[in-house]
Design a protein around this ligand. Sequence first.
Ligand SMILES: [Fe+2]
Length: 266
Amino acid sequence: MLIAQISDTHISEPGQMTCGVAPMAENLKRCVDSINALEPLPDLVLLSGDVTDKATAAQARHAAEILAGLTMPLYVVPGNHDSRQVLAEAFGPVICPTNNRGLVNYVVEGYPLRVIAFDTLDPAGPSGRLGKSSLDWISACLKDGGEQPTLLVAHHPPLDLGVPETDQDGFVGAEALAAIVSRHPNIVRFLCGHIHLHTNTLWCGTCVTTAPSTGMQLTLDLTQKTVSRFLLSSPAYLLHVWTPGQTLTTHQIILSDLSGPFDFDG
Ligand SMILES: [Fe+2]
């Protein structure tokens, strides 16, 4: 099974550069073309939030229009730059299902890996938030799935990753989520976005993986003294490969111009 993960696409209105400089629509089109050209094709694509830059309906429609070019199923969760209602309207109930509280919490079944997608958006600010109803729902879903290998996907990573801006944002409910995740060793990965950098960190018996943005890479300052800014980067996404031997290997695909390939004995 192959899963492509796109994140933090920060799409603006048609014809607009994001933050005045980032060609995020063009970058997303390049990612869509790259994913459609993979062999074999991914079984599905996950978009882990910050689909839009300013949560407007026009931006969400623009993103949906570009992503309609994918030739495989797409699933979306909202990030702190999104509105869950706006995303649900633009993408519809198959790509962005909502529950009876309007939260984008759903399960994708029918594949070797089960995917539990959940909504960490807090309309009050940039932090992650999981309320009691979502935490109870995640716990019940995991119980229902038994031992089946499972992926979690949400926008906010549940721990600090050494990035000042997003560490300050925090995640209300992360401790309760940690207690749930610790009880389920069949969770093979927790896929996130938010920090605009590719990282992998062990957490509660699983691995939290953050995907890169599709072109707005965060500056990395391990001294944590400077305010986060962004660099214009080549479009990038992750490709998660689930093998019959039941391991999940993650490749970062960066769409930059490379020379080659060359033979090693050349
Ligand atoms: Fe973002």
